[in-house]
Design a protein around this ligand. Structure first.
Ligand SMILES: *Cc1c(COP(=O)(O)O)cnc(C)c1O
Length: 390
């Protein structure tokens, strides 16, 4: 392969912005101190950098810096939220509500808790991928301790109504956790206004480094208790022990700062490119969009294509574009996407689906190349079927 394929898989990860790398570099070498070393300059220097990043991240979601707990990513933040709440509120109840289309990093901890005796309700979604609020409210029981609903879906980009969910949870005195790994930097997040008690974030979906994330945990009104899932040196108020990874944290702060500074121009630019791709694909017969048409991330397009084989489609596009199919949520398994199944798709249609994730570095030329290649590939696959039939 002489030329690298065009990258349209920004829901899986994003390239790191060079400005983020610049900000990180001194913290690997010169400013290498342990932020917990309170006795000397090296520690203070690292702690000051962590403090600054913590403030930037807190401002981005409208919480206090003390409510930010650094983790290794959104997977860990989700595990800490779900298991940490289950353990801390065990005596109040053992029922949790989540959604069928959540990321595996929420679903799998829930399945784990089920084995321990917790009851989990997996809410279905409507045809557009959005939950039914009445159904959510009806599912809340006396024993319900937590509702976990993601902000933006990583496959179909659908945005859940966070404010309405938050209001329902507050009214019913149930904690509300949201996985906002895909939403941060793309839609406004306000944990006060939205009544969110716990929020998971990660840096590598917004042009930051891999291996760092955050769990926001509300400290006032109500004060949320959480049981640590990683014990040790007592860092992060003993909720998450382990020496803080200063360069990654600095990078996360920088990534959020850049994303927020460019949120409006980038949302507009990327959604225009997305719409241009979408128009070209919708010209072909049998192509349909998955998820709500407007309540959706600006950089997401997920389509299903009738009458083609999903594996053949991916193979046909492999050298040209890097993207995910309807089976690629976890690329180690080849099951059809649980998100597309929750929309009511057959296995076959789920496999014959493509997820496009545009990003900060996607150009209009790339979009036109990809659109043309997808159209050509679909047409030649369909032609091949016709040829073998007659
Ligand atoms: C990527 C992603 C995760 C996992 O985040 P990591 O930081 O890679 O652990 C969790 N939830 C959603 C919605 C994601 O998109």
């Amino acid at each position: 392969m002489s030329q690298r394929p065009i990258y349209l898989d920004c829901h899986a990860t994003t390239p790191m912005d060079k400005r983020v790398l610049e900000a990180m570099l001194p913290y690997f070498t010169e400013h290498f101190g342990n932020p917990s070393s309170i006795n000397h300059f090296y520690g203070w220097e690292a702690e000051a950098a962590v403090k600054k990043a913590r403030e930037t991240i807190a401002n981005a979601v409208k919480c206090n810096p003390e409510e930010i707990i650094f983790t290794s990513g959104a997977t860990e933040a989700n595990n800490l939220a779900v298991k940490g709440i289950a353990e801390a509120y065990f005596n109040q109840g053992q029922h949790i509500i989540t959604v069928q289309t959540e990321h595996r990093a929420v679903l799998d901890p829930c399945k784990y808790l089920e084995k321990l005796g917790f009851k989990i309700t997996y809410l279905p979604v409507q045809k557009d991928g959005i939950i039914d609020l009445k159904f959510l409210e009806k599912s809340i029981r006396n024993e319900t301790i937590l509702v976990s609903v993601m902000a933006a879906n990583n496959e179909i980009g659908v945005l859940q109504p966070l404010k309405e969910i938050g209001d329902i949870c507050k009214k019913n005195e149930v904690l509300f956790h949201s996985d906002a790994a895909q939403a941060i930097g793309k839609i406004p997040l306000d944990v006060q206004n939205m009544n969110i008690d716990l929020l998971s974030l990660t840096a590598h979906k917004i042009y930051g480094p891999k291996g760092v994330g955050v769990l926001y945990i509300r400290r006032r009104n109500p004060r949320v208790n959480i049981a640590s899932q990683l014990h040790g040196g007592g860092q992060e108020r003993a909720i998450r022990s382990g020496t803080l990874y200063t360069p990654q944290i600095v990078g996360f702060g920088k990534a959020i700062e850049l994303a927020l500074a460019e949120i409006e121009t980038e949302n507009k630019r990327q959604s225009e490119l997305r719409n241009r791709l979408q128009e070209q694909l919708l010209n072909i017969e049998g192509v349909s969009i998955n998820g709500h048409l407007t309540k959706r991330l600006p950089n997401n397009l997920n389509v299903s294509i009738e009458g083609v084989d999903g594996a053949a489609l991916l193979l046909g596009l492999q050298g040209i574009v890097a993207l995910s199919s309807g089976s690629a949520c976890t690329s180690t398994t080849t099951k059809p996407s649980h998100v597309l199944k929750a929309l009511g798709h057959s296995d076959k249609l789920a496999y014959a689906s493509l997820r496009f994730g545009l990003g900060r570095f996607t150009t209009s030329q790339e979009i036109d190349t990809v659109a043309q290649q997808v159209v050509n590939t679909i047409q030649s696959l369909r032609q091949a079927i016709v040829n073998t039939k007659f």
